[in-house]
Design a binder for this molecule. Structure first.
Ligand SMILES: C[S@@+](CC[C@H](N)C(=O)[O-])C[C@H]1O[C@@H](n2cnc3c(N)ncnc32)[C@H](O)[C@@H]1O
Length: 226
């Protein structure tokens, strides 16, 4: 591993805004960490956390948590938040698979999934962040009417995600998510919705390559009384 990465990993621990284990997080509730009960919004596969930072600046009355396993990428976002003394930002450097160890049931208001790895091979489909395995996790941590946003350049992953979310239903046909919006090639629109104008690090690269970016939004309609 490069010296630069090792330096970043060590520095990440000094910012005080990044959790790296469930045990570390268990010492403090999100309410105490943020010092308020404001809604919590996640950016999953956040990389350098461009959405986390941009949304946190736009919405000071909400709290934002970026989650990614890659320490040197999380470092970049955590450093920005630390340098700017942002009080409504945190990061988790861990696998999204472990989300339930960091958030209680119904604790999250919104989830942004930004340019997740497509895992094109069928054998790796379970690793896609919109696979049933992950939808099951999101359904638990999302509050009633919680929202999932997905932005991706990968057409196959987009169609897979759309179908998987729409068909995440029990045998009686009761579904856990309702699709609210599906937008193809968002940057070709006359007016790009404001929140979709935020451009992530990877999105910038994909746009330069001439790739089209698609977006969907679904709402969690699980009856949480059960
Ligand atoms: C293509 S990058 C996108 C990063 C960022 N959202 C962007 O658009 O610049 C995908 C990211 O997903 C993260 N990732 C994929 N699966 C993950 C998982 N199960 N847990 C945590 N991070 C994951 C990778 O570490 C990587 O940083």
């Amino acid at each position: 591993m490069s010296r630069r990465k090792l330096k970043h990993f060590a520095e990440l621990k000094t910012f005080g805004n990044t959790f790296e284990t469930p045990e570390e997080k268990a010492k403090i509730s999100w309410q105490n960490y943020f010092g308020n009960k404001n809604p919590i919004v996640l950016e999953l596969a956040c990389g350098r956390g461009y959405y986390t930072i941009a949304l946190a600046q736009k919405f000071p009355d909400k709290n934002f948590v970026g989650v990614d396993v890659k320490g040197h990428r999380v470092w970049a976002g955590a450093k920005k938040a630390f340098d700017a003394k942002m009080k409504n930002v945190a990061f988790i450097r861990h696998y999204i698979d472990e989300l339930k160890s960091y958030f209680e049931k119904d604790e999250v208001s919104e989830i942004w999934i930004t340019f997740p790895d497509p895992f094109p091979r069928e054998g790796k489909a379970k690793k896609r962040l919109t696979s049933p395995k992950f939808l099951e996790i999101y359904k638990k941590v999302l509050k009633p009417d919680g929202i999932i946003h997905l932005k991706t350049d990968n057409e196959n992953l987009f169609e897979y995600s759309k179908e998987t979310i729409e068909n995440f239903c029990d045998k009686k046909g009761k579904c856990d998510f309702k699709m609210e919006e599906v937008l193809y090639d968002i940057h070709s629109k006359d007016s790009v919705p404001e929140l979709l104008q935020i451009t992530t690090y990877y999105e910038g690269k994909f746009l330069k390559e001439g790739r089209k970016i698609n977006y969907l939004r679904a709402i969690c309609v699980v009856d949480k009384r059960n």
